[in-house]
Design a protein around this ligand. Structure first.
Ligand code: GLP
Length: 244
């Protein structure tokens, strides 16, 4: 779906999330959301906060799982995705702290494998993700599933691509300060979501959106795997869609 601009698109995505949450509330069920970081979902989160404040949207029945976190990364660091999510969403809504899950960037290396398995299992025990929202990196990554990621990959430790680290360098005051690794949900984890919305704004994303939507399905551009699913919607502004 191509929208006139990212404000309108973000509001539409926020409305979808809000109606899922409300639908689940009327049934007395939990809404299980997969969340993303980056600049792309910022207006969606701002709109959800507005809906909470002005239209009494409650998040008490919401459980969230974030896609990824840098590794190693202290939760309290300014660049952590824990800080990002709290500053942009969680601190402003009534979600229960125990219902928030973000991969833990502080664990020792030898504990990571078991930790990632538990992360997957927690999602499954809640009945799976109702909705996963995604951005896209210029390498074609979703979450931090960089080129080479397998379609059935699970939550795991990955090595970040050079372009991804370059794109993150502003947040870290130089590429050399960007962690070389991250923990990410896998392509397989994302695929199990009942609904997936990938968002992209502005012309910088146009070439990778073209590859993701029209390119040959290949591990070289992990977002092309999304072509294999019927549950995926690309939500774009005009500029991101300009090469389609
Ligand atoms: C990071 C995140 C991704 C995100 C991507 C795009 O690499 N791990 O989940 O989609 O950046 O970021 P932005 O939305 O800032 O362009």
């Amino acid at each position: 779906t191509v929208y006139e601009n990212q404000q309108i698109a973000s509001k539409a995505v926020a409305q979808r999330i809000a109606s899922l949450i409300r639908q689940k509330q009327t049934k007395g069920e939990l809404a299980v959301l997969g969340l993303a970081t980056g600049v792309t979902p910022l207006r969606v989160y701002a709109e959800l906060v507005r809906l909470h404040r002005e239209e009494a949207l409650s998040f008490k029945n919401v459980v969230t799982f974030n896609l990824d976190e840098y590794y190693p990364m202290l939760a309290t660091a300014q660049q952590s995705y824990v800080t990002f999510m709290h500053e942009n969403l969680f601190n402003h809504i009534d979600i229960a702290r125990n219902n928030i899950h973000i991969p833990d960037g502080t664990l020792p290396l030898e504990e990571l494998h078991a930790y990632c398995m538990v992360y997957e299992r927690k999602i499954e025990q809640l009945g799976g993700l109702d909705l996963q929202i995604l951005g896209i990196g210029r390498t074609g990554h979703i979450g931090f599933n960089e080129p080479g990621s397998a379609p059935n990959s699970g939550t795991r430790l990955v090595t970040l691509n050079d372009l991804t680290r370059r794109d993150a360098s502003r947040d870290f005051g130089g590429k050399e300060n960007v962690p070389t690794k991250a923990i990410t949900m896998g392509i397989g984890t994302i695929f199990k979501a009942r609904e997936i919305i990938l968002m992209a704004w502005n012309g910088k994303k146009a070439p990778i959106i073209k590859k993701a939507v029209e390119g040959e399905i290949s591990s070289e551009v992990p977002a092309t795997y999304l072509q294999l699913s019927d549950n995926v919607e690309f939500v774009l502004d005009k500029d991101a869609a300009s090469e389609l």
